[in-house]
Write a protein that binds this ligand. Structure first.
Ligand code: HSE
Length: 442
């Protein structure tokens, strides 16, 4: 049968991985897709690398001009693997305008411009597939969009940035500081020279924005996401959390909530204490995992490699196969981009972080004298914040100050903010209070 022709935009790590896996498993992939899928065009700035990588593979057209590829009549699917948002947006819209289906691994592009891109794709009757944009090789988009489609999804929580998870795992295992482990992660090639997107929660917020839209049937609204990273985490808190039976993970959490009788959606990325006995707390190194809670199925956990050439290629090729199978189907018989029919997306508001309800870990440095604890607990009680657990450390030899660590029950974030301000104003409390959110995930 006539092959479906793919144009690769980009021949970096994932482009090369896609090329390799597609060739290695060509026979099996063809048996599944119903017709061969072949890469017949590659646009890249590194033509020598592409020439070398594709040597002996018959006719592949190479160009350094991506505009040629996205308009070329012999390309059926444009596979966007260049990353970034500006050029990628222009090229993807151009491909759609020329009637091409699009497969992309670009989470930032979709989180920021997904609504515009899906609208253009629906108008043009083409598909935009993006399994590789979230959690690399883990088929979480497929699971949310199709496998869990019977469920009303209540919440999901994910470790969706491998770099941060690697850093947190190393900090816990070795007792090293954030700065020391980041340096190691950069030397091992896990972290970029500029690690801001990974360690400040922005990459995770892009991925969470996409999952939230699919889980709840709402438009993408990255600007409503709260993102707090791991760069200010101290090894002391990782140790104290462990003493209390918790591990600290950078989690992306999105949840249906009710505030004053109205529906809202939480969309937040931040370091989170998770009970050490939960499976997700034991996801270590650069791996990813997403825990999804549906009303019918209960909790499901989706785990695997969140990055890397072939794990990401696995997701890209799964999309290529899906597009190939659905290529000739009427657009209304295809799976909708955001799982819900486009006219069924709802405008449930995303909640500001102050309205979020969660539990908290608090660490404070206090004078070690009578009445200090009573003052602190009074401030919490006045705001209806209940303490779940507490430890007070022995003061160091010759010291008259000590650390108190408290875990609270659930409360609205603005309440804890007010309590923290009041406690910090006490003359017996020294410096700033460390506050980390806590989720039981049960
Ligand atoms: N930089 C990402 C991570 C991988 O560290 O998980 C690509 O999304």
């Amino acid at each position: 049968m006539k092959p479906l022709n793919v144009g690769l935009l980009g021949f970096g790590v994932v482009g090369r991985g896609t090329w390799d896996v597609l060739r290695r498993n060509a026979e099996e992939i063809t048996r599944r897709a119903g017709r061969p899928i072949r890469i017949n065009w590659i646009a890249t700035r590194t033509l020598d690398r592409a020439r070398e990588g594709t040597r002996g593979a018959g006719e592949v057209n190479l160009t350094s001009d991506p505009a040629v590829l996205v308009r070329h009549p012999d390309v059926d699917i444009v596979c966007e693997l260049i990353g970034g948002t500006d050029a990628a947006r222009t090229l993807v819209l151009e491909a759609i305008a020329h009637g091409k289906h699009v497969v992309t691994a670009n989470k930032a592009l979709l989180a920021l411009h997904g609504n515009e891109i899906f609208k253009a794709a629906s108008a043009a009757g083409v598909m935009v597939a993006f399994e590789a944009a979230v959690a690399g090789g883990v088929p979480i988009i497929k699971a949310l969009r199709e496998g869990l489609t019977a469920n009303r999804i209540e919440w999901l929580a994910g470790i969706i940035n491998g770099t941060s998870n690697f850093i947190l795992s190393q900090m816990r295992e070795t007792g090293a500081s954030f700065a020391e482990v980041l340096k190691e992660a950069q030397q091992r090639g896990y972290a970029e020279a500029d690690p801001t997107f990974d360690v400040e929660g922005i990459d995770a917020a892009h991925k969470l924005t996409i999952m939230s839209a699919i889980a709840f049937g709402v438009p993408m609204q990255f600007d409503r996401a709260y993102a707090e990273g791991i760069s200010k985490l101290s090894r002391l808190d990782i140790r104290y959390a462990e003493e209390l039976g918790y591990r600290i993970k950078l989690l992306g959490i999105t949840r249906r909530a009710r505030v004053d009788g109205r529906e809202g959606i939480e969309l937040r990325v931040h370091p989170t204490l998770v009970p050490a006995k939960r499976l997700i707390a034991n996801v270590e190194g650069a791996m990813n995992a997403v825990l999804v809670k549906g009303d019918a199925v209960g909790a499901t956990l989706h785990y695997g490699a969140g990055a890397g050439a072939e794990p990401t290629a696995s997701a890209v090729i799964a999309d290529l196969v899906d597009v190939t199978r659905m290529h000739t189907a009427d657009p209304e018989h295809r799976v909708p981009h955001l799982a819900f029919q486009p006219d069924q997306l709802t405008d449930v508001p995303f909640l500001p972080i102050g309205e979020v309800v969660t539990s908290y870990y608090l660490r404070m440095r206090v004078d070690d004298k009578a009445g200090v604890l009573a003052d602190i607990t009074r401030i919490l009680a006045d705001r209806d914040i209940s303490i779940d657990a507490m430890i007070q450390k022995e003061p160091d030899e010759g010291q008259f100050q000590t650390d108190i660590i408290m875990l609270t029950h659930q409360t609205v974030e603005k309440n804890i903010d007010a309590a923290i301000a009041a406690i910090e104003a006490l003359p017996t409390v020294r410096g700033k209070i460390v506050r980390i959110r806590l989720e039981e995930l049960n």
